[in-house]
Design a protein around this ligand. Structure first.
Ligand SMILES: C[S@@+](CC[C@H](N)C(=O)[O-])C[C@H]1O[C@@H](n2cnc3c(N)ncnc32)[C@H](O)[C@@H]1O
Length: 399
């Protein structure tokens, strides 16, 4: 069965219905049964069911469109979410944008609303065919699709794009990678070409990519965005404007939902030499959100908020004052004690509580076993951590 036949499948209402009816059927059971349609492979149908289920959360707009074709789940894992794609699109404007790593086309869905002409390039034929068909299903008219090596394609352009966007593949020879030198295409080998062919460049890297390494490897950085969704870092976005001087401006975003997010901007000249103070736990404990933690600027921000730190390597902060707006979690301290698992077990056996383990050797799993407690509670927390007074357990309520 050819991809061509599979791609036509979603014009058949019976196939659409089959997918809808089997959204909760276990995939191995479905594969075993085989395809009820002569010209459509069961693998294709299984991909559609897995894809649609995954898309509900990550790509809600896409999952509502019944004509959308989903690729294999490995490719779907590599796509941006709608929240992060929308974030990126707000950074671009102008006449021409080229996406050198088009993939499933989620980023381009949003970019295409912000520029007049968008060029999608993808080396993988199946993904290319799927994305092209999906752009059609969304009735986009300003996206031009090319199935080729984007570096070769870029070499042929005799003008500068307003924006080049690259989200390099983090799979290389079936291995998961996160360094730029290992990702595909290897942008570090093509920086001169990228500079020649663009006014602005946006590079998305893995949350695992080291920020200092980025500042060393890349040039022309105007700003870095650290984008988290529900307190998990999803993307580092390196915004390059070849006309600007290198800068260390960082913008830290933490999205709760599509429209609701918190944001901090840090300008390098505002990074003071204030050194963080250390203190035993006071009335409130503060834990910064993941974007701030990734930025490495937590101590700097803690000084700004007048917070003290519980210990040099414990990234928890404290104060007797309750901050009204803080980019992260706030806990109200009830008590601070030395750790005595025997006593804690007497108190918590069978009870629901949340456990945090910070800068201390025992894992939350081990602690749970020792206490024989249940995990979960709206507000009650036990924080096991190293403080300047040694290892402690802090009973606290999340505010
Ligand atoms: C991380 S995915 C991009 C996902 C995309 N941003 C999205 O949201 O759907 C990277 C893609 O780059 C493609 N790719 C890698 N090297 C390429 C090259 N030299 N030319 C064109 N595409 C390439 C891979 O096949 C893969 O689909």
């Amino acid at each position: 069965m050819k991809l061509e036949d599979d791609l036509k499948a979603l014009s058949n209402p019976e196939v659409i219905q089959f997918i809808e009816d089997n959204l909760t059927t276990p995939i191995p059971k479905l594969i075993l049964k085989g395809s009820p349609f002569e010209s459509i492979s069961i693998n294709f149908l299984a991909n559609q069911i897995t894809g649609k289920n995954k898309a509900r959360k990550k790509l809600p707009t896409w999952s509502k469109n019944k004509s959308i074709v989903y690729p294999h789940k490995v490719n779907l894992e590599q796509t941006s979410s709608e929240i992060t794609a929308n974030h990126k699109s707000k950074l671009v404007s102008g006449e021409k944008l080229i996406d050198l790593t088009g993939g499933f086309g989620v980023d381009d869905f949003y970019f295409s609303k912000r520029v007049n002409q968008l060029t999608y390039v993808e080396i993988n034929q199946e993904l290319f065919e799927i994305a092209r068909q999906n752009f059609h299903a969304f009735t986009f008219t300003n996206i031009e699709c090319h199935h080729t090596d984007s570096i070769d394609y870029l070499k042929t352009a005799d003008f500068k794009y307003d924006w080049i966007y690259v989200d390099p593949s983090r799979r290389n020879k079936n291995q998961k990678v996160f360094l730029l030198k290992d990702s595909l295409p290897n942008l570090l080998e093509h920086q001169k070409l990228l500079k020649k062919k663009s006014i602005n460049l946006m590079i998305k890297t893995s949350p695992m990519y080291d920020i200092e390494m980025g500042y060393k490897e890349l040039s022309g950085i105007k700003e870095l965005h650290v984008v988290s969704v529900k307190n998990e870092v999803k993307e580092l976005l390196w915004i390059i404007d070849w006309r600007a001087k290198n800068s260390r401006i960082m913008k830290l975003f933490n999205y709760d939902s599509f429209k609701k997010y918190s944001y901090q901007k840090i300008k390098p000249n505002f990074i003071s030499n204030d050194t963080i103070s250390y203190s035993e736990s006071k009335k409130y404990i503060y834990e910064f959100n993941s974007s701030i933690m990734k930025s490495g600027l937590y101590d700097f921000l803690a000084c700004k908020y007048n917070l003290s730190k519980l210990e040099k390597s414990t990234n928890l902060y404290t104060s007797d004052l309750q901050l009204v707006s803080f980019p992260g979690k706030i806990y109200q301290v009830e008590s601070v004690n030395s750790i005595n698992f025997k006593n804690l077990k007497k108190e918590y056996k069978g009870r629901f509580v949340n456990i945090i383990s910070k800068n201390i050797k025992v894992t939350t799993d081990k602690i749970q076993k020792k206490l024989n407690c249940k995990i979960g509670s709206d507000m009650d927390y036990l924080i096991f951590t190293k403080t300047i007074e040694g290892n402690k357990v802090i009973k606290a309520t999340r505010l």
